[in-house]
Design a protein around this ligand. Sequence first.
Ligand code: C2O
Length: 558
Amino acid sequence: MGFRILALILILISTTFLYLACVESRVRHYKFDVVQKNITRLCTSKSIITVNGKFPGPTIYAREDDTVIVRVVNHVKDNVTIHWHGVRQLRTGWADGPGYITQCPIQTGQSYVYKFTLTGQRGTLLWHSHINWQRATVHGAIVILPKRGTPYPFPKPDKEKIIVLGEWWKSDVEAVIDQAMRLGIPPNVSDAHTIMGLPGPVQNCPSQGYSLHVENGKTYMLRIINAAVNEDLFFKIAGHQLTVVEVDASYTKPFQTDTIFIAPGQTTNAILTADQGTGNYLIAISPFMDTIVATDNVTATGTLRYNGTLAFTATDVTVLPPRNATPVTTKFMDSLRSLDSRKYPADVPESVDHSLVFAIGVGINPCATCTNGTRVVADINNVSFVMPTTALLQAHYYNISGVYTDDFPPRPPTPFDYTGAAQPANMQTKNGTRVYRLGYNSTVQIVLQGTSIIAPESHPTHLHGFNFYVVGKGLGNYDPVDDPKKFNLVDPVERNTISVPTGGWTAIRFRADNPGVWFLHCHLEVHTTWGLKMAFLVENGEGPNQSIIDPPLDLPKC
Ligand code: C2O
């Protein structure tokens, strides 16, 4: 009898523990049906590729340490992949998603289950298609809440709102880029910007914009995501200040601003205090471009409305920064600092095993069949990356030769005045599928040096598989002697996508503690298409849990 009671008690205790463990970290299941959907924007209806018929797509909600399982089924004619932008994917490169880098695409009628754990991350990220220009319509938010019982390192906001920003083309986006590639010229800019999928009223098309309903006295955390294809954006709300608390799922030292500067692939959490009592206030986004490159200049608008305010009450407007407002972007980026608290320390690599200089930019190559006899190309260290037809991660894992070479140049082959006006004669690029090899746990510094061969331009550069620290930036050419003296190794911002200033450079550092093949590219999709991309190959370590896990059985075939 006593034994039975003891056994019962033991069972009770162990099930409670099991239950608690499950509550601690959970498995979250999602199903993504990739389907065509007719939607009307700018007063015209168009069929677009969506997830579950939604634009923007569904939000993934999870907590830090949860495992996320997403079954993606492709019901459209085009190939599909999904990338979980900013998710570290520790040892799970198979679930990262860039087409032909970590996986072959999911073909029509096929499915693939992405499975990954959100280790040591909390905040806002995004997911998006990672093949061709599909991410124009196939994207959505990822919200990673802190572990249960762990508070935010700032006063808990009363409510949270997701604000996904995007771009809209009247015509089919793949046709836009295909035509540009055939002719060797830049593609058409988009026809409108969107806030949660809505452009708001634009010329010749009055339409309902996004609205954010608030209650006086309450605080709101806005999870702002730039899912645009090619444009850096300014975001502003009339009559309200915003307090930035996190970027790219890393906490920052809070700072106040009236304007958010956000590049494609970046996310920003900002606290809004509804302290104006009553009224309607304009929410607006517009592009940033401080050089000669064309942008879509249509401002998207929405309304912040206080409870009890009527829809037709006049709206307080705001003035967005001019398109070329470099100082606004500089001020915003200079304000970003890691929180660097005891709980969330900035763990900046102090020494560097691989010191790399990547000259990044746009140039022109001869092309007999193109409109101007030339083709616009983009490159890193004179290599225009050529997409392979076998995914790099498979080639690496299964030792398939002939897919890539591991001789990606660590610095520009011929140094020149990168940001100078003179156009070097030898700037033709070479094509190649070249990766840079890193030993497990080695430390890396990359100076991303913008070039100005056609025109200098800001490049929001994204690294898969890692967060990096932004230790320095400057204008002109990077000086390897003097500039490192000014590096911030104490509390630099930690993120996964960084804007390299127009006509300047940015230095980032990270530790290669994630084995696999990891894409690095400009998150302006047009530059990626033109070849501004490369990949790191990080070798397995020797210890336990330092190797890539085995590929899932349903990994798509090319
Ligand atoms: Cu958000 Cu490789 O992309």
